[in-house]
Design a protein. Structure first.
Length: 426
């Protein structure tokens, strides 16, 4: 189930979102950005796993930073985590709407997206066992959908197609493509947020993280190569009917080969919805637990930190997170929502890697069932790449950076005036 959660949180990134990076960097630009992002996630994930195994708490990075960086550091780490987990689902909900709209043209994309929020918030309120079991099933189906896509497109893939207009905006396109390369892997760290509900977390969290990351790297490389290799990158970015950037790149590649009425197109596109659902449902699950821990510790209004009396799940956090996500849906801006989620993720990665290093110094005797290989090189590499990526997306998205900082500032003002001194003892 932990493998299912780890892959499920992320697998929607194979089905949509990443292709918008091709518009920025072309094949070569996005490929280079993705290569650096893979290195970042390899070093980050195993560094993060060290803390997850040593401190198996629902708050994930927030709890680790609370021990390593104190109250202030914990606040910014927790807020970054919440922003990542709250803003990623609306972007995925748009894609669910876009894929289902192919089969239900009479129903609007926005209506489908809102319905998805209502259904999966309710499932997560019902219980973790049901939610995790569903996540495992839907993730396996999503992986199967990608395998079918590889089999359908494989015979038509050509290396020459990967060279078509490979760097349309020069080397600056590499930096502009970074948020969309991150989208391939964003939210894998959510595995740590179910640590308190995991059997033998000190052992199984490592297994979940490790097997999920290996699976995702393989799927990322194959999805990239097989999609673009069909007819060049523009085919999987622009919808031929509208000329606009699309949230459904795999159907675009299949449509070029066989047309929308072919049975393979219909089957793979329908199964593709499962990949979006897996990530949407999984991140909602992790977000509820992260926000709950934030409220329980007094870093957010107390209502966030309440457990449902019957189902024993963080119902209030789940409902409030979903309400914010639905509001974000009405902006209609997938790329911008993805970028704000990436701001949160990269801030989280930077502060988490600092936490790894600080915990080694402050608490050398803390029991660590797993120790990151090649310490301190691994967290330092992850920290360096995360900082470069954070600076890059700030330069290319300065208005979104201001929105992100505004969210942090408003939350920090509340935190400063409302946090009670006795919470320091928790």
């Amino acid at each position: 189930m932990l493998w299912g959660l780890g892959v499920g949180y992320v697998i929607s990134g194979m089905y949509f979102g990443w292709n918008l990076g091709l518009e920025q960097g072309g094949t070569l630009g996005l490929a280079i950005a993705t290569g650096f992002v893979i290195i970042m996630y390899l070093t980050f994930t195993f560094s993060y796993t060290e803390m997850a195994c040593a401190i198996p708490k629902a708050g994930g990075a927030f709890d680790y930073a609370h021990q390593a960086l104190g109250k202030q550091g914990a606040f910014f780490t927790g807020m970054a985590q919440n922003i990542e987990f709250i803003f990623a689902p609306p972007a995925i909900a748009f894609a669910i709407g876009a894929y289902l709209h192919l089969f239900l043209p009479a129903v609007s994309i926005l209506t489908i997206a809102i319905c998805a929020y209502l259904v999966f918030t309710a499932l997560n309120i019902y219980g973790i066992q049901a939610a995790a079991t569903f996540e495992l099933f839907i993730t396996i189906l999503a992986v199967l959908g990608l395998v079918l896509f590889f089999l359908a497109t494989g015979p038509s893939v050509s290396m020459n197609n990967l060279r078509i207009n490979a760097l349309p905006h020069g080397w600056t396109g590499v930096f502009a493509a970074i948020p969309f390369a991150i989208w391939f892997f964003l939210a894998i760290e959510g595995v740590a947020n179910v640590a308190e509900e995991t059997i033998h977390p000190q052992r199984n969290i490592l297994r979940g993280f490790g097997t999920a990351l290996i699976t995702l790297i393989v799927l990322c490389v194959l999805t990239f190569a097989f999609s673009v290799g069909v007819n060049g990158w523009e085919t999987v970015v622009y919808d031929p009917a509208t000329g606009q950037a699309s949230d459904s790149p795999l159907p675009l590649a299949l449509g070029h080969l066989m047309g929308p009425n072919h049975w393979q197109y219909q089957v793979i596109s329908f199964i593709g919805i499962s990949g979006l659902v897996a990530s949407f449902h999984g991140i909602i699950l992790a977000a509820g637990r992260a926000t709950y821990e934030f409220g329980r510790m007094g870093f957010a209004p107390a209502i966030f930190g309440k457990i449902h009396p019957r189902f024993k799940t963080p119902a209030n956090a789940l409902i409030i997170n979903s309400a914010i996500g639905i509001v974000a849906l009405f902006t209609g801006k997938t790329a911008e929502i993805i970028t704000i989620a990436c701001f949160g993720a990269l801030t989280l990665y930077v502060l988490s890697m600092i936490s790894v290093i600080r915990l080694r110094k402050l608490h050398p005797d803390l029991e660590r069932p797993f120790r990151v290989p090649f310490y301190p090189a691994s967290p330092i590499i992850a920290l360096t790449i995360s900082l470069i990526a954070l600076v890059s997306i700030t330069i290319y998205n300065h208005w979104l950076a201001l929105i992100y900082l505004g969210i942090l500032l408003i939350a920090y003002i509340w935190f400063t005036f409302s946090y009670k001194a006795n919470n320091d003892e928790k």
